[in-house]
Design a protein around this ligand. Structure first.
Ligand code: ADP
Length: 259
């Protein structure tokens, strides 16, 4: 039996337009273990978003399979949560009403789910902001609110699509660590695509490096940073940080990657 929560085998995908075919993914294979945090990096336009859309079930691969092995033995695809670059909070609704949005759409506003949202609000420091509007929150708090809205749906697999790239550098360092620490504390499985190598090395358990389009898996690099506390500064000061950064930089900029 596969030890992975999800395992992709030989995934291929091409876009077909009036102007021809664009092959985006070519025989992509990798697995993600339950509770693991995998970052996917690759040159711009190589197929990262396409890959994430396939994992999310938004588009079907042309070839290849995705095997699922849920730890509780239940059948079916893992419940997916998505975090995007923009928080997509609605300014005319309070923070609390924003958090209920997904549950409302799914018609899952049960007392149990409402209590869970209250718990999340308190646990992740937004209790005092419950009745504020999103425009009254800082960029970091908005991302927290967006995360809670996602967690309210109890996803089993979280997909982060350049989730922090709209933030300025310093905020991004803090918010990305904050959000990832929260997700880690919930034990959820995460797949993040990012163009920021430092972010991938700071946050992920393993990095998958893709080649230029059509994307193939160029390298898989497990990350082990010696750190005492889960902060961005501690990660960047870890003795292994530079070696990982240089290794992934080299893999990405290897002339063979740019076909
Ligand atoms: P990345 O996320 O790595 O920047 P994408 O997955 O967005 O890459 O895109 C991979 C390739 O597929 C790009 O060359 C892009 O132009 C092309 N592509 C993406 N979406 C479409 C589409 N809907 N129709 C045609 N081509 C597309």
């Amino acid at each position: 039996m596969t030890p992975y929560l999800i395992e992709l085998k030989n995934i291929c995908y091409s876009y077909h337009t009036l102007h021809g075919e664009t092959k985006a993914l070519d025989r992509i294979s990798f697995g993600v273990k339950n509770g693991e945090f995998v970052a996917i990096v690759g040159p711009s336009g190589c197929g990262k978003s396409t890959l994430l859309s396939i994992i999310a079930g938004l588009i079907k691969p042309e070839e290849g399979t995705i095997a699922v092995n849920k730890p509780d033995g239940s059948l079916g695809y893992p419940k997916i949560g998505y975090m995007l670059q923009k928080d997509h909070l609605l300014d005319w609704r309070s923070v609390y009403q924003n958090m209920l949005l997904g549950l409302e759409i799914r018609k899952e506003l049960t007392q149990e789910n409402l209590d869970y949202v209250d718990e999340l609000l308190k646990e992740y420091g937004l209790g005092a902001f419950r009745d504020k509007r999103p425009f009254e929150l800082s960029g970091g708090m908005k991302q927290r609110a967006a995360l809670i809205r996602t967690l309210a749906l109890k996803p089993e697999l979280l997909l982060l699509d350049e989730a922090f790239s709209a933030l300025d550098y310093q905020t991004r360092l803090i918010v990305s660590a904050d959000i990832c620490n929260i997700i880690r504390s919930t034990g959820k499985t995460m797949i993040m695509i990012t163009h920021d190598l430092s972010e991938a090395v700071r946050l992920a358990d393993r990095i998958i490096v893709l080649t230029a389009r059509p994307a193939t898996v160029k390298a898989e690099v497990p990350i082990h940073l010696t750190i005492n506390e889960p902060s961005p500064l501690a990660a960047m000061n870890a003795p292994e940080f530079n070696d990982y950064f240089n290794l992934i930089w080299k893999e990405l900029n290897d002339e063979n990657s740019f076909k």
